[in-house]
Design a protein around this ligand. Structure first.
Ligand code: BF8
Length: 658
């Protein structure tokens, strides 16, 4: 029972069986326990909340105080807002602000990483360093820096100056856009959507959505695309590339996933958020012999550091740190009573964690000046002095272990998998040290063993059974010989279901299985966190460069999906994939009304202009079919559709993992 008597037991209106709320047995076990304990979790609040029927289809405008104006999603052209705004203007403005927020989130993260990089170069930060000098040179060369005969720190300084433009450019083209295939970059130039600087694009998009400004949905959509590209080829890409340079580029590593990674006899510390620096700081602190000894004096066998959500996925990729679960499990894991401290930084941190943590006497510790939570303890993390923060966190966690009053119940589920497939490693894995390239991947696509490539990414959303869309979709894709690249919460869903193992090749179609067995790789490759979606952009560019599959990203037999999306960051990611030429489908729903001109522009018109396009469906198998149909369409356009006559096989002969 909750220790805090002021917290009232919740009344769940509909006691939907926990097994219908989540595919994850560990989370279901904890949801049942939370219900018995009278504790409210998002998985239950999600079934009780009735979403606003007007807002869900983006038919309301709150951008001035003459309203809010509500239009009828069933008859969207019947009326206009007080200012005269049509349904298309209203939807485009709403979508624009979603994309601006998502881009701002990733770019703010990227800018913070860039600042840390500068502090290391300037000698202000001593606890972190430049770890991957090969990648430093490679990235520097990619933006036109001559590295010949230069010292590491000299190259780093030049790279800093160049990458700062990602955020601060007023004019010109964002540095990493030159990594896109020539034809893709030309398409952006022709459309007038090459991003300048992230701050400029977000600012302009916000300004243009003000009452009485840009009231042509087509013109607004151009700036939406430009802003989203500033995320994918800017803020997010800077975050990924500099994090690799400072903390190490991932390569395949075995890691355990799910709540069974908690240990009853250890001090358990969970880190959840998005920025790797604080997590790296705690990783260094938990191996400090002083704290290990302290933990032992309180009766613990040791200190167990575990990740969740995106920074968890990043640390798992780099260091094999165990991972306890994705977005919809962050409250549930506290219900175990075994979490001595949950330490968070920014993004996707539910406010509900504070009351759940209070119920189970867990320390919820915020560490970032940009994200405080009412009811949590704030201990600010400073890269220049990580120990001051991490010492306090460890002391609190160890003390809580020594006085645990809550009964502990840890689900047994634990799944081993292989994670850490950076775009550099994929190149090496397919081509070897001396001829690393994407040509073998292209050859296998051209000869039909691999039908195409899909990026399956993004959130979990309590509107649907947790993980179920991710798993059903990916199962369908791989059995149809589509190689799947994953990041974030989606990667964790599939890892829990056992798909990130080489043995999962038995679930793949015969062509993909043959490639996986030859290389020894899983049919589902985990690339890391959500900002690491940029690894997929770089992989796609490398596929174009390797030849045989067209001239631009839009020519490739590839597709993307976020089957259980919920965040504005997901919309920004989707839009940068669409603007880069990728057919991108979202599950659950989409904030626009079918039949309106704005919806038609996103779902058809952009493709006619030479970009990718959006798609949506409520069923994961339907999403998979849409992606496969698009991949087949691209194969036909490339003239490689005949090579797939070899794909007859019977699924009943194949073993199921999940
Ligand atoms: O897509 S950012 S923690 S919920 S995976 Fe997960 Fe990461 Fe959030 Fe949204 Ni992306």
């Amino acid at each position: 029972m909750p220790s805090d008597k002021s917290i009232k037991p919740i009344k769940i209106q509909k006691q939907i069986p926990s097994s219908e709320r989540t595919l994850c047995e560990a989370t279901a076990q904890m949801l049942d326990k939370a219900r018995r304990d009278g504790v409210s979790l998002a998985l239950d609040r999600g079934t009780e909340m009735k979403p606003c029927p007007i807002g869900v289809e983006s038919a309301c405008c709150k951008h001035c105080y003459m309203g809010p104006c509500r239009l009828n999603p069933r008859d969207p052209y019947k009326k206009v807002g007080v200012c005269g705004a049509t349904i298309d203007t209203i939807q485009a403005r709403n979508f624009a602000r979603n994309v601006a927020t998502g881009t701002a989130s990733h770019s703010d993260h990227g800018m913070h990483i860039l600042k840390l990089f500068k502090d290391i170069i300037d000698g202000h930060v001593k606890d972190f360093t430049i770890k991957d000098t090969i990648k430093l040179e490679r990235v520097a060369k990619s933006v036109g820096i001559d590295v010949e005969g230069k010292e590491v720190y000299a190259v780093a300084k030049e790279l800093y100056v160049e990458l700062e433009k990602t955020f601060s450019n007023v004019e010109g083209e964002m540095p990493f856009t030159r990594r896109a295939p020539k034809a893709t970059l030309e398409q952006w130039r022709k459309g007038g959507i090459v991003p300048r600087g992230a701050m400029r694009e977000v600012m302009e998009l916000m300004s243009r959505t003000h009452i009485g400004c840009d009231q042509d949905y087509k013109n607004l959509t151009k700036q939406i695309s430009r802003t989203a590209l500033a995320d994918g080829w800017g803020g997010s890409m800077v975050a990924t590339e500099l994090s690799d340079i400072m903390f190490g580029t991932p390569s395949p590593t075995a890691a355990d996933v799910n709540m069974g990674v908690l240990k009853e006899d250890h001090v358990n510390i969970i880190v959840h958020g998005h920025e790797p620096a604080m997590f790296e700081g705690i990783l260094a602190a938990v191996s400090d012999p002083f704290y290990i000894e302290e933990a032992k004096t309180k009766g613990a066998a040791g200190i167990n550091l575990v990740g969740m959500c995106c920074s968890g996925a990043e640390m798992m990729s780099r260091h094999g740190i165990p991972h306890a679960g994705n977005f919809s499990s962050t409250e549930a894991v506290i219900v175990t009573g075994a979490v001595d401290a949950m330490v968070v930084d920014i993004q996707c941190i539910k406010q509900g964690l504070a009351s759940v943590a209070k119920c189970y006497d867990t320390h919820l510790i915020t560490t970032n000046p940009r994200c405080h939570i009412e009811g949590a303890t704030h201990i600010e993390f400073e890269e220049r002095d990580p120990k001051t923060c991490t010492d306090q966190i460890l002391t609190k966690a160890i003390t809580r272990f020594g006085s645990r009053s809550m009964p502990v119940e840890i689900p047994k589920q634990i799944q081993k998998g292989v994670h850490g497939f950076s775009h550099e490693y994929i190149e090496y894995m397919l081509g070897g040290t001396f001829r690393g390239s994407y040509s073998p991947l292209n050859e296998n696509i051209i000869n039909g063993r691999i039908r195409g490539v899909a990026g399956v990414v993004g959130c979990t959303n309590p509107k649907v059974k947790q993980d179920s869309f991710h798993v059903a979709l990916v199962r369908e894709l791989i059995r149809n010989d589509v190689l799947v690249l994953q990041t974030g919460c989606s990667q964790i869903a599939l890892a829990k279901a056992g798909f990130l193992t080489p043995e999962a090749a038995v679930l793949a179609g015969p062509g993909l299985a043959e490639v996986c067995e030859t290389v020894g790789m899983p049919p589902v490759l985990g690339l890391g966190s959500c900002v690491d979606n940029t690894r997929i952009l770089i992989a796609a560019s490398a596929m174009v460069e390797a030849g045989g599959l067209g001239k631009s990203i839009a020519d490739l037999p590839v597709a993307g999906c976020a089957p259980e999306w919920m965040s504005e960051k997901a919309l920004a990611i989707g839009q940068y994939f669409v603007s880069s030429g990728v057919y991108t489908v979202f599950g659950i729903g989409f904030p626009s009304i079918k039949g309106t001109k704005f919806h038609d522009l996103l779902f058809n018109g952009l493709e006619e202009q030479g970009y990718g396009k959006w798609g949506t469906a409520a069923d994961p198998i339907e999403l998979a079919r849409m992606m496969i149909a698009h991949i087949d369409k691209k194969r036909k356009e490339l003239g490689i559709d005949k090579t797939r006559e070899r794909t007859l096989f019977d699924m009943s002969n194949r073993r199921e993992i999940a």
